[in-house]
Design a protein around this ligand. Sequence first.
Ligand code: NAG
Ligand code: NAG
Ligand code: NAG
Ligand code: NAG
Ligand code: NAG
Length: 539
Amino acid sequence: MEPRPARARGPGLPLPLRALAAALLLAQAGRAAGDPGPALWPRPLSVSSSPRSLRLSPENFYIRHGLNSTAGPSCSLLQEAFRRYYDYIFGFHKWHHGHFRVQAGSQLEQLVVSIVLESQCDSFPNVSADESYTLLVQEPVAVLKANRVWGALRGLETFSQLIYRDSFGTFTINESTVTDSPRFPHRGILIDTSRHYLSVKTILRTLDAMAFNKLNVLHWHIVDDESFPYQSVSFPHLSSEGSYSLSHVYTPNDVRMVLEYARLRGIRVIPEFDTPGHTQSWGKGQKDLLTPCSLFRKPEQTFGPINPILNTTYTFLKTFFKEISNVFPDEFIHLGGDEVEFLCWASNPQIQSFMKTKGYGGDYAKLESFYIKKLLDIIAALNKRSIVWQEVFDNRAKLHPGTIVEVWKSEDYFEELRKVTAAGFPAILSAPWYLDLISYGQDWRTYYSVEPLDFQGSEKQKQLVMGGEACLWGEYVDSTNLTPRLWPRASAVAERLWSPKGKNITEAYARLARHRCRMVRRGIAAQPLFSGHCSHEDT
Ligand SMILES: *[C@@H]1O[C@H](CO)[C@@H](O)[C@H](O)[C@H]1NC(C)=O
Ligand SMILES: *[C@@H]1O[C@H](CO)[C@@H](O)[C@H](O)[C@H]1NC(C)=O
Ligand SMILES: *[C@@H]1O[C@H](CO)[C@@H](O)[C@H](O)[C@H]1NC(C)=O
Ligand SMILES: *[C@@H]1O[C@H](CO)[C@@H](O)[C@H](O)[C@H]1NC(C)=O
Ligand SMILES: *[C@@H]1O[C@H](CO)[C@@H](O)[C@H](O)[C@H]1NC(C)=O
C-alpha cells in the first residue's frame, strides 16, 4: 500500500482533526502501558512471571537440544516440533510483513531455547505418557525440561504462548517460570467420519488445533450405519460397497498419514468400530454378517444388528480386528456397543430358538452381552484393551478388568460415573460435552463449568476417571464447518481436563478470546466467542 501523502499531517490539519489525532496517540500510548502479556490456554499448573521482559529477534532465536539431553538430534519428533514452533512464533510475521525489521533504539536480546530431555525419544504416546515439563525463561537461555518428549511438546506450546508483541510490534517474552502437568491423562476429541466423510486435510488441521489446546486423544468414530470409509486390506468389500463412493475412503496410506501426524504432536489415535448396532454399512460388503429381520413385512429384506448366533460372525471379527490391532498402534480399541436395536433380533426365528437354548428368556440385553463377551475376548487375545459406551456396562456384560467405560448419556451422568467406578472400571466422561448440540450464545461457559469429579464416591473411585472427550457427531458436520464448530468450544473442555480444578469465567473469557485469535493466526478457522476483534498482537 502507498504511504499516505504528508499533506494529511502537520500544521495544515484543521484543529478538530488535530485534537482527534492527539487523542489517538494517547490511546495508543495507553495501550502500550497496558500490554496484555501472554494468554496461556490451557492454564498451567503454576506460572510466575516477572516484569523483566526480553525482546526477541527471529535471527537470534534458536531452539536446540540441551547439553544434558539424552535424546539428542536424532529425535526427529523434536526436530519437527522445533520447525513448527519457530514458524508459529515468527512465521506469520515474515509471511505478511516481509522481513522482520528491528525498531531503531530497541535492544534485542539473544534467546536460546534449550530443551533438556531426561529420556530417549519415545515413538508413540500411550495412556501413561508423561506430559509434565518445567520452563525457565531467563536471559540468555530458556530451559525447557521434560522427562519425556511428550512433555517437551507441551512445553514448546506454552513457550510459544508466552511470546507476545509489544506496542512496537516487537516479539517479547517476560522472564518466567512454568511448572506444568495435566490433571487427566485422557483428553480427547471425537470426530465422526461416517455421517459425513472428512477430508484427510481436515483431520490433520484438527490435530494441529488439538496440539494448540494440549488435547491428546483423537477418538476416530470411523464407520457407522451411514458409510464405511475405512479401507480394509482383509475385507476390501466393506468400503468398496459400504462407503459413499470410491473417493470417500481412507486408504491404508491415509490412515498412516493421520497416525504419523498425530504422533508428531503427542496425540494418540483410538479407532472406534462400533458393533453390534450402528452397522448397516458393514452389511453391504460382508454377506451374512447382519441379522435378517422377519418383522417388517416389506418387499425387500431388511437387516438389524450383527448376527450374534453365527460362528462365521466371530471368524470375521477375529480377522477384522487382527488387522485393526496391527494398523492402529494404540493399546486401546473402542468397540462401541451403544444403542443396540432389539426389535430385529426378536423377529428372527433362529435367534428366538437360540435365546431359548441359552435360557435368556426375553432379555435381549443378555444376547447383546453374549456377543460383547466374545468380542472382548477377541480383543484381549490380540493384546489390546477395550473402550465401550456405557450401555455395555449398564446391560451387565462381563467386562475384562481395565475396560474403559465411556459415559455419554446426559441424564444423571454423575450417578453413572459413580456406578462405573464403584464397580472398579476406569471411566471417560463425554456426556456434558456433545458439541454437535448447538444453540445460540456462549455454550463454552457450560462446558467449562463442568467439574468431572463432582460425584459421590471415594478417592479411589475418582482416580478411575481418566478424563473426557468433546464429541462432534457428524450428521450436520462435514469439512466445510467442522473447524469453526469445534473451536474454540472444545478449548473449554481442553482447559477443564488439563488445568487444576476451579474456574473464573471472567478471567477465562479474556484468555480464551485471545487464544481463539491465536488459533486463527495459526490457520485454524475458529469462530468468535462474542462481539469484538482480534488485536494486532493476536493476529
Ligand atoms: C511483562 O513485562 C512487562 C514489561 O516490563 C510488564 O508491564 C508486564 O506486567 C509483565 N507481565 C507479566 C505477566 O508479568
Ligand atoms: C546439566 O548437568 C550438570 C551436571 O549434572 C548440572 O550441573 C547442570 O545443572 C545440568 N544443566 C541443566 C540445564 O539441567
Ligand atoms: C508407555 O510408554 C512408556 C514409554 O515408552 C513405557 O515405558 C510404558 O511402559 C508404556 N505404558 C504402557 C501402559 O504401555
Ligand atoms: C459353532 O461353534 C461351536 C463352538 O466351537 C460349535 O459347537 C458349533 O457346532 C458350531 N456351529 C456350527 C453351525 O458350525
Ligand atoms: C476473576 O477474574 C477477574 C478478572 O481477571 C478478577 O477481576 C476477579 O477478581 C476474579 N474473581 C475471582 C472470584 O477471583
